[in-house]
Design a protein around this ligand. Structure first.
Ligand code: AMP
Ligand code: GLC
Length: 456
């Protein structure tokens, strides 16, 4: 019964977003843009490499990731760590010889990488929403990965700021390469088997992990922010206790400018291993309108808020207990004042907002459709690709999740009132054999955030 309802809601949302998304003004996207060199792992190749590097040495890392990658056994061991758990991980690759090893290992395709870059191609290239994007290093290769469409980056010339398409920037800067090692569900290496599709990322990049901010953005942010309607901030996840102060100071200044201009800003909260940085981000959250995170990220935030048992509850079950998620979101909203929290996990999304309306839920539906299209097709080339995910079935495993929300909060049609907030829920569409997993989270968060303003 209930799935008839979701089928109808999914069917009605696409046209509404399609016809209104063109009215959204410019979206600012900062800070991380890079090149993803994607390698689809093969069993034989990987096993041979592990043997050659020394199986014992490699297997030392399968149960505990190194802090950063300093040699080949650490690289291969970290890949196995991801495979064993079916979990994503990303580490900075320090050593030049390991960077060279990855380069010679090669890749199957080069793609746009980094949340800001990926969102620029989705919002600007596929949806036709004008975007301004921060690109720490603009090499020819980086520029060539941008789609056509209303995508702009600021360029200072003779004291003037011009907004140009990245391909017209004519920059000859460095390549920031992230090597993405993807594996499908059931992928086997020796006795290790992947419970779910995912990837390990080794970043051979000295700019994005340190949140290097271009001079144009440091010196002329006021001019860049003028004429912007929405902003999405990402890429702060790799900062450490040693290097976070300077970039966060600049970013805080940017947030103040955006707040003065009353521009809603979303923070895409990727997994941030450093506790000091996570605490600092928590401190900044009140300056954001919205934040997007998954269960691991929400648990890690509860952890630094001193909510250890809630953090454990968030990681205890699959699908994640939605009552624990709601409690965590309320704690986060009350503590920071952030107005919207978008939680996404494998199978369902929730949004807690201090404002009300079905458009919040409907934007989630649109974003789930976009995510399924991305998983199914590998790339969303135009907004019409999104509707191609309509035939992906609604995830039935979300039924007990919905039942729990109905019982606990009297939720109706995916909407409930909880502690003075609106809670919106949707079951997602899951693609059984996704083409690739990287960038799905970015597709979800940006489609939901921008979709919400388009629908409102
Ligand atoms: P993240 O956790 O930020 O990497 O984002 C990954 C999100 O993508 C998950 O929370 C899921 O909601 C979604 N996702 C992952 N795999 C699939 C799939 N095969 N089909 C649809 N959505 C998926
Ligand atoms: C991180 C990675 C980047 C990847 C992106 C996908 O930003 O550094 O390589 O493209 O996540 O979400």
């Amino acid at each position: 019964m209930i799935y008839v309802l979701w089928g109808e809601l999914y069917a009605s949302v696409f046209e509404r977003v399609k016809s209104s998304i063109g009215n959204t003004g410019r979206v600012l996207l900062a800070y991380n843009t890079n090149i993803d060199a994607v390698k689809y792992l093969g069993r034989k190749d990987l096993e041979e490499r592990v043997e050659k590097a020394g199986k014992d040495e490699v297997f030392r890392y399968i149960d505990s990731l190194p802090g950063r990658i300093e040699n080949v056994p650490q690289l291969l061991g970290s890949i196995l760590w991801s495979v064993k758990r079916g979990k994503a991980a990303e580490l900075f690759v320090e050593s030049c010889s390991t960077r060279f090893y990855m380069k010679r290992w090669g890749w199957d395709e080069l793609r746009m990488g980094g949340q800001a870059g990926i969102m620029a191609n989705l919002l600007g290239g596929a949806y036709g929403v004008p975007v301004i994007v921060h690109i720490p290093q603009l090499s020819n290769l980086q520029a060539s990965l941008f789609k056509g469409g209303p995508i702009y980056t600021p360029k200072a010339e003779n004291g003037k700021l011009r907004f140009v398409h990245p391909r017209d920037f004519a920059g000859d800067e460095e390549n920031c390469l992230h090597y993405i090692y993807e594996f499908p569900r059931g992928f086997r290496v020796f006795e290790v088997e992947a419970p779910r599709e995912n990837r390990f990322i080794g970043s051979a990049d000295d700019y994005n992990p340190n949140v290097y901010i271009r001079a144009e953005f440091k010196e002329r942010f006021g001019e860049i922010a003028e004429g912007v309607e929405l902003a999405i901030i990402s890429g702060l996840q790799a900062l450490t206790a040693e290097n976070y102060r300077e970039p966060l100071e600049v970013i805080e200044g940017h947030l103040e400018t955006l707040n003065e201009l009353e521009i809603p800003v979303h923070l895409e909260f990727a997994f941030t291993p450093d506790e000091t940085v996570r605490k600092a981000l928590l401190g900044l959250l009140g300056k954001f309108w919205s934040v997007g995170l998954n269960e691991v990220e929400l648990a890690s935030v509860m952890d630094v808020m001193g909510e250890k048992s809630l953090a454990e509850k968030l990681l205890a079950r699959d699908p994640v207990d939605p009552i624990a998620v709601t409690e965590a979101m309320i704690k986060l909203a009350e503590r920071t004042g952030v107005r919207r929290i978008h939680f996404h996990t494998y199978g369902y999304y929730l949004a807690l907002t201090d404002y009300r309306g079905e458009f919040v839920r409907d934007a989630l539906l649109f974003s789930a459709l976009a995510a399924a299209a991305k998983a199914k097709l590998g790339d969303v080339r135009s907004i019409d690709d999104v509707i191609r995910a309509m035939d992906v079935p609604v995830n039935e495993k979300a039924k007990p999740v919905e039942d729990a929300l109905v019982k606990e909060y009297g939720m109706k049609n995916g909407i409930a009132e909880v502690n003075g907030y609106q809670l919106a829920f949707i079951p997602t569409k899951i693609v059984m054999k996704p083409k690739s997993t990287v960038g799905i989270g970015d597709t979800i968060s940006s489609s939901a955030f921008v979709g919400e303003f388009a629908l409102h």
